[in-house]
Design a protein around this ligand. Structure first.
Ligand code: ZN
Length: 479
């Protein structure tokens, strides 16, 4: 097992060598969705990054245990059920189901645990009780229970927020608030009228948990008091992750997580993504436009996670082409039957694998790793143009591609999605009809059919061995 993986740790603001607590095992916690709406591509950027991290650790031989929480009670969810007059369960189940469908479409590996907040209320209550016993939490006049941040001397160590500006006793009940002034935050929110039917009767009173306590309680329940890696988007650094540290470490006296990894924002056409700006996209919005989720995955994956990602439709089309290039390459390898390169290809393969791994070790430098991979594709394509690659060499190259694809999660999934056998019967008949027209030298009909097929995403190639076809696979249809 390699121990050369280096990861940028937000808490030290440095790249550090990754050494897990327990040899060969990684405990990974990733903050999950609040299921009040469909997740957007900014959310999925984070989940795809976490998937890349997980796949890379697995490639290096680690056994990963990942927990991703599902926040299925919060202010926005309560607003949603009041608006739609449905039960909490009915409302959240809809978006939770959509979330898992999207994860699958994006070929994101499943976490080992997806705990729901509403199913862990007793764990959160127990944690809050301990914080009260230790003097880190108090009941406010509104009956809610707050964390006293002035009691936790290291408050601010992750976000580097200035606690000098701290306003003692200033409190906030909402889960989301700005960096300007750190507040005592709500661990337990006392019921008020806006909550309607949504409350739990507990030893802390009638109410519901705050968002931050969820993650502390569920992370420690499934992974123990110290995690190897905790990860999320940069917007979670403050207050969410800062508060998770304060809650967990006040109780255990141990570091909550050894490595904190955060992915940067996603912008759309250079702008902040917002519904009001009309540039807000869910995965479903993009697939409805005919884009393949794997092209979306490729795009979200291909920018280093600590760089801002500028999502553009031009970049999405380039991602489609990249996926297509990989698939065409795999197909060519399948058919290659040349004289052999006398060791040239073997050398190229070794170099490719070494460089790919070297870049990934360096804080998941995927951009460079992909450049290495596409260079390999280009070089081997050249050799195949000259009919130099032998059958056995081509097979070895295919195996290397599959090996590296364990990290990328693109090729195997795309091949499954776009199997040739799946070409509908009508299309096969059209291709045959065109063949007949060609034989009868009826070029007009032949060209018309070719154009019709092109619009449906089927590309025909006339070769000396007869007509061959391929699907423009990264795209459902073309107009
Ligand atoms: Zn969280």
């Amino acid at each position: 097992m390699s121990s050369e993986i280096r990861l940028f740790n937000t808490i030290s603001r440095k790249k550090e060598r990754f050494i897990p607590l327990e040899n060969g095992k990684v405990k990974l916690y990733t903050c999950g969705p609040t299921v009040y709406d469909f997740a957007h591509i900014g959310n999925f950027r984070t989940y795809v990054f976490q998937d890349l991290l997980r796949r890379w650790l697995e490639y290096r031989g680690y056994k990963v245990t990942q927990v991703m929480n599902i926040t299925d009670v919060d202010d926005k969810i309560i607003a949603g059920i009041n608006r739609e007059k449905v039960s909490l369960n009915e409302y959240t189940a809809r978006y939770e189901k959509a979330f898992f469908e999207d994860l699958e479409a994006l070929n994101i590996e499943k976490a080992e645990y997806y705990p729901r907040a509403t199913e862990h209320i007793p764990d959160m209550v127990a944690l809050i009780q301990k914080l009260m016993e230790k003097g880190y939490a108090y009941k406010g006049e509104d009956g809610s229970i707050y964390y006293n941040i002035s009691r936790f001397k290291e408050y601010g160590k992750l976000s580097k927020i200035k606690t000098g500006q701290l306003k003692p006793g200033a409190r906030v009940k909402a889960d989301h608030y700005g960096k300007e002034s750190p507040y005592d935050f709500a661990l337990w929110k006392a019921w008020d009228e806006a909550d309607g039917e949504i409350f739990w009767e507990t030893s802390l009173g009638k109410g519901r948990p705050g968002w931050h306590i969820e993650c502390s309680a569920m992370a420690m329940k499934y992974l123990g008091e110290t995690l190897d890696i905790h990860s999320g988007g940069v917007d979670l650094i403050f207050p969410h992750h800062e508060n998770e540290i304060a809650q967990s470490e006040a109780v255990t006296g141990k570091p909550f997580a050894r490595y904190w990894l955060h992915s940067e924002h996603l912008k759309v056409e250079g702008q902040r993504m917002a519904k009001s700006l009309g540039n807000f996209y869910t995965l479903r919005d993009l697939t409805a436009k005919g884009y393949s989720p794997l092209a979306v995955r490729f795009l979200l994956l291909s920018t280093h996670y600590r760089q801002q990602l500028n999502f553009t439709f031009q970049a999405l089309k380039a991602a489609e082409n990249a996926v297509e290039r990989l698939l065409n390459f795999m197909e060519r390898l399948n058919e290659a039957d040349g004289a052999g390169t006398s060791g040239l290809l073997k050398n190229l393969m070794q170099k490719t694998q070494t460089m790919f791994e070297k870049y990934m070790e360096d804080d998941l430098n995927i951009t460079e790793a992909l450049a290495v991979l596409f260079n390999f594709v280009r070089e081997v394509n050249k050799l195949m143009d000259e009919n130099k690659v032998s059958r056995s060499e081509a097979e070895e190259a295919r195996q290397l591609m599959y090996k590296l694809d364990k990290v990328l999660g693109i090729i195997e999934k795309a091949e499954k999605l776009f199997k040739k056998e799946e070409l509908p019967k009508e299309l096969q008949e059209l291709i045959q009809k065109r063949e007949k027209a060609r034989k009868a030298k009826d070029w007009k009909t032949a060209d018309e059919i070719r154009e019709r097929l092109r619009k449906m995403g089927i590309i025909l190639e006339d070769t000396p061995l007869g007509v061959k076809w391929k699907i423009r696979r990264a795209r459902k249809s073309e107009s």
